[in-house]
Design a protein around this ligand. Sequence first.
Ligand code: HGY
Ligand code: MN
Ligand code: MN
Length: 429
Amino acid sequence: MSAFPQADPERLWSTLQTMAALSEPGGGVTRLAYTRLERAAHEQFAAWMSDTGCEVRVDSAGNTIATRPGRNDGPAVGTGSHLDSVYHGGRFDGIAGTMAAVEVARLLHESGTVTELPLRFVAFAAEEGARFGQACCGSKLAAGLSARAELDERRDRDGISLADAMRSVGIDPDRAAASAWDPGEWSAFVELHVEQGSVLETARVDVGVVDLISGSTRIELTVLGQASHTGGTPMRGRADALAAAAEAVLIAERLALDPRHRGTRASVGRMVVEPGSITTIPGRVTFSLDVRDVDADRQRLAVAEIVARLRAACLRRGTRLEARLLADTSAVVLPDWVRNEVTAAATELALPYRVLTSGASHDAQMVNRVVPTAMIFVPSRHGLSHVPEEWTEPAQLAVGTDLLAASMLRLDARAAMLAAESATTGGAA
Ligand code: HGY
Ligand code: MN
Ligand code: MN
C-alpha cells in the first residue's frame, strides 16, 4: 500500500476549533442534542465533506452521511462520531472523531486516492444523554433500536420531548423511527474518540483500540417528603426529601465501591431540590442515577440494589420514592476481526497501541448492531472529559487520524478481496 499522506495537525486543529466555537455561552462547549446549534455543526460538517468531493445527505434521524465513491459500488467502510455535547463540556468529545473523519476525507481527496469500494463519513445526531437522558439517539435510530413512543417519552429539563426537539430542527420523528440503516450497504465501521479516561496517558501510549464498550442504565429518581418551616418543624418526625436523597448518593457510591462490583460505576450527577428555599424543608427532590458496567447483569443488579436500599431509607424517613427509567444499554464486545485490522494498521505504522475497555458509551455501541465496528482512542489529559478542561494534544489527534486512515484503507482492501472471492465462487459459503 503506497504511503498515504499524514494528517496535518495544524489543519486538524483549526477545523476542531472552528467546530468547538459553535456553542452556547457560559463556559466550555454546550451544543445540545436536536438544537439549532447542533444542526449548524452538521451543516458545517456537510460543507467540509462536500469540498472533498463527497455526496452528502442527512438521514431521517438527523445523522449527516457523506459518501466518497470507490472504484466499484458495494458495501462501504464507514467512520464518524457525534457533534453534540453535554452542558459546558469539552471541545473533543465527539468532535475529535468527526474532525478526524473530515481530515481523512481531505487527505483522500488531495492525494487522489481511489478506494476499491465507497467510504462513508458520518456525523451522528444526539449522542449525548445529557439533555434527554437517553444516549446515542441518532445512532440508535440508525440501528433500528428506538421505538417511536420513546421519542415522546424522553423529556429534557424544560419538559420538551425528544420528538418536539426533533421537529424544532425540521426532523420528523415519525420518519426518524423508520430510518434504520441497511447492513448490506456497510462492510465495517471505525469510530475515533477521546478516551475520557487516563489509561493511555498512564501507559504513555498515543493510541488505544477498544475491545469492549461499557453499558449504562440511567434512571430519574424522585423523593417525595413534606415541605415545611425549618424553624417551626422539630427534627424528629420530619419527612425531609433532601436528607433521603443524600442517603441515595452515598448508597450508590458504597455499592459501586463494594469489591463484588469491581467494574461498576454509579453516579448522581444532577439534583433538583424543591422548593429550594433557605427556610423550607425540601419536600421534593429529583435526581439522576447513572450506573455503568462492563457486565450487563451486574449493571442491572446494581441498579435494582441501589433502588431497593433507597426505598428502605425513604420508608424509614417517612418519604416516598418514584423511579423512571431514562435509558438502558448493555455492554458491547466489539468484533475482534475489525479490531485486528486496526491493530495490524498500527503495527504497519510502527505505532505502539493499547487494547482497552471504554468506560463511556459511544455511537459505536449502536452502529455495531448494523455493521462490525472498531474504536480508536486518543489520550485525554488527566483522563478528564465532559468538562471544559478536556484536552488532547494536536499531535496525538493527528496520529490517531493516521491510524484511522490506515485502518479504513485496510478494511476497504479486505472488503474488496472478499467481494472478488465471492464473485468467483458464486457466493458459495
Ligand atoms: O455518557 C457517555 O458515556 C457518553 O459521553 N455519551
Ligand atoms: Mn462522546
Ligand atoms: Mn460524551
